[in-house]
Design a protein around this ligand. Structure first.
Ligand code: IVH
Length: 677
């Protein structure tokens, strides 16, 4: 057999190293390094070289993440060390009692104990075994002693290293952690499932567990899963780490994602404060946590404390209030949105869910009502997490009262009486009334006048509803013909407010192309897309004339958005409205197409904190239009950090690394300079 060409070996090994490093940067550090196109190019090249030289394929090659064929079932995997559970703490007193128990055994004072605290992730627990640095087994927790071997599925997660990184690779490592799904990924997965009529998951934990237990790894590969390490259960040889936090730092250098919230604290008071603060931050993390895991940090102390029954004495789980509660569904109302979409909204007996009173929840659409099998009067489980709208996730049919009533989806719009249409293959039913429908008109006007659109000061929701109900305003253009006298005749509207509103409408007439595009309320065109469309086409006419292909060449615009934009500009009533708006005097500065100069090419920017004059998405889109990359976290490679109001850890990190930091005012001035040059 001939020896492989050393140059080929060198190229293959370089491609693998580049792809591993890109994965690590993207999925573990949140600091993208390669563009998607570069990543794909390298992966394709590696796939080709491996296809031509099959003997060079190795199991830890980045091409082998989705290699396995569907399984018949999962093999049993005995855990070398049982995967234990944790005792729970629900109050400050419980935390103090835990610290006192630990102190008594260690013969010290509670305040002297070093605790390592981190979020208790609400996902699926798994264990990963590495031999000589290569992933050999991945398993679920199962009953704690025996789990299911789901190695092929875990290999598809790009935050699971197929081979360990760095210089000192242990002979044996067993890492444990949680596989989670972020809220954004979970919502998108369920949205897709609702559209396709496939399985909808009640919460991200079920979605993560269900995705891991797919017999076909290709399905797992499409699910937005992330592995977060929280324990090194076996490490051979011992590498001299004296504490849990040191072990976590080691796992991080070996290529794992560990908690960015991990904090070392002394004594129960500091721990309680941490639990309280994390509880307040819980809604902003973007993924579900159900508490805080408090661990004795010193590994010698952990060994000394040992275990009782199924839980270690050196750790406790402080539990937050549940994100699911049970209540009664009193009624269902059908709301009409801006695009005519009819959404059934559950009116609930008010209930406190994770500290917030919930009295409404979405039922999404007719299919969802059918899937849940829910009736009015039913006892239902409500889930609220982060910014996600509260949802009805389950029905307790055993508690159904005899007078429960069926939920009938209407055939005609509850607002304008127009027929309700449901297109073939679409889950959403829509009112066919368009701007004839007062509900759609009201929503369209609210959107048009909103802060990120034309930003008409003083034109609030109530006033818009009055104007539509009186039939004074049928299209957004009618707003600009309202007179002070007319407005003054409205209840609670004095001459001063009427004059202010007319002036505000006058001011709003000079705007930007991006705001104008956003204000039109084209389906799926949010603020960031509007900015991209505006900077790509430069002029309204060019955007109006663009065909599907031209639209798809705009950054972040895919076929669906392109189709919505294309269709919008071809509807006679939209063309009329546009014409009327221009005749009413709306103007903006049209610019040349900005595809040419990209002064920020090669730079990486980070935005943090709250900006006053624009959203972070808008700032991001404007930076991208100038050629910059916009990252989610600060590193040595960051060119500049824009720090808005209440900037936190990113600002500190930038200062430590000596990265340039600018405030919003400087940012705006620089943007304006670059955009004009
Ligand atoms: S440490 C000896 N740390 O909580 C047990 N567990 O009730 C050590 N969990 O099934 C576990 N986040 O899956 C630990 N940061 C974290 C965790 C965590 C979630 C889960 C774990 C386990 C359950 C324990």
């Amino acid at each position: 057999m001939s020896q492989p060409d050393p140059k080929l070996l060198e190229e293959i090994s370089q491609l693998r190293a580049d792809l591993d490093s890109a994965n690590y940067r993207y999925y573990v550090l949140d600091e993208p390094q390669l563009t998607d196109a570069d990543y794909d190019r390298k992966l394709q090249r590696l796939k080709r070289l491996e296809a031509e030289n099959p003997s060079l394929i190795s199991a830890d090659s980045p091409t082998q993440r989705v290699g396995a064929a569907p399984a018949e079932g999962f093999p049993a995997v005995a855990h070398a060390i049982p995967m234990l559970s944790l005792d729970n703490a629900f109050s400050r007193e419980d935390i103090i009692a835990f610290a006192e128990r630990v102190a008594e055994r260690l013969e010290c004072e509670p305040d002297d104990i070093e605790f390592s605290c981190e979020p208790k992730l609400d996902g699926a627990a798994v264990s990963l075994v590495y031999e000589q640095g290569v992933l050999v087994i991945g398993a679920t927790r199962g009953d704690g002693r025996t789990g299911e071997g789901i190695t092929s599925n875990l290999r598809t997660l790009r935050s699971v290293p197929l081979k360990l990184m760095g210089g000192s690779i242990p002979d044996l490592l067993e890492v444990r952690g949680e596989v989670i799904m972020r809220h954004t990924g979970f919502e998108a997965l369920n949205e897709r499932a609702r559209e396709e009529g496939s399985k909808v998951f009640a919460n991200p934990r079920n979605a993560a567990a269900g995705s891991l237990r797919q017999l076909d790894p290709r399905i797992t590969a499409t699910r937005p899963l992330e592995f977060h390490a929280y324990q090194a259960a076996r490490l051979e040889p011992d590498m001299g780490d004296a504490s849990h936090s040191a072990l976590m730092a080691r796992l991080s250098t070996l290529g794992f994602r560990t908690s960015a919230e991990l904090t070392i604290l002394h004594g129960p008071d500091a721990v309680t404060d941490y639990c309280e603060q994390l509880g307040e931050k819980r809604d902003q993390l973007g993924y579900d946590i159900d508490g805080v895991v408090i661990k004795v940090n010193d590994l010698r102390h952990q060994r000394e404390l040992g275990f009782v029954a199924r839980a270690p004495r050196w750790a406790v789980a402080f539990k937050f209030p549940a994100q699911e509660e049970v209540t009664t569904l009193n009624d269902v109302e059908f709301q009409v949105g801006r695009t005519g979409a009819i959404t059934p909204v559950a009116r609930l007996e008010p209930v406190t869910v994770a500290g917030v009173t919930v009295s409404n929840a979405t039922l999404h659409n007719a299919d969802e009502i059918e899937r849940l099998g829910v009736m009015m009067g039913d006892t239902v489980a409500i889930r609220r997490a982060g910014d996600v709208i509260p949802q009805v996730v389950r029905v307790d049919t055993e508690k159904r009262p005899p007078d429960a009533r069926a939920i009938i989806f209407p055939d005609s719009c509850p607002v304008c009486g127009s027929e309700i249409e449901r297109l073939e293959g679409e889950a959403v039913a829509r009112c066919s009334g368009g701007l004839y429908c007062a509900a759609q008109r009201k929503e369209a006007l609210k959107h048009f006048a909103s802060r990120k659109a034309l930003d008409v000061d003083g034109l609030g929701v109530k006033l818009i509803e009055q104007l539509v109900d009186l039939d004074w305003v049928k299209t957004p253009a009618d707003l600009f013909y309202l007179s002070v006298e007319q407005l003054q005749s409205l209840p609670r509207m004095g001459e001063k407010s009427a004059t202010n509103l007319v002036n505000a409408l006058e001011t709003a007439k000079s705007t930007t192309l991006a705001r104008f595009i956003y204000a039109l309320g084209i389906r799926e065109v949010g603020e960031a897309t509007a900015v991209n469309l505006a900077s790509h086409f430069g002029a309204l006419k060019a955007l109006q004339d663009a065909d599907q292909t031209a639209l798809e060449s705009v950054s972040d615009v895919g076929p669906i958005v392109a189709a919505h934009v294309h269709t919008f500009f071809r509807q006679p009533h939209n063309i009329e409205t546009l014409q009327a708006l221009l005749e009413a005097g709306i103007t903006w500065q049209e610019s040349e197409v900005t595809q040419g100069p990209t002064p920020l090419e090669g730079q990486t920017w980070v935005l943090t904190g709250t900006l006053d004059t624009m959203t972070r998405d808008e700032g991001k889109a404007r930076l991208q239009a100038l050629g910059a990359k916009v990252a989610g976290s600060v590193s040595r490679k960051t060119t500049c950090l824009v720090a808005g109001e209440a900037a936190g850890s990113k600002l500190i990190k930038a200062e430590q690394l000596g990265v340039e930091v600018i405030d919003e005012a400087t940012f705006i001035t620089r943007l304006a300079d670059w955009e004009q040059s």
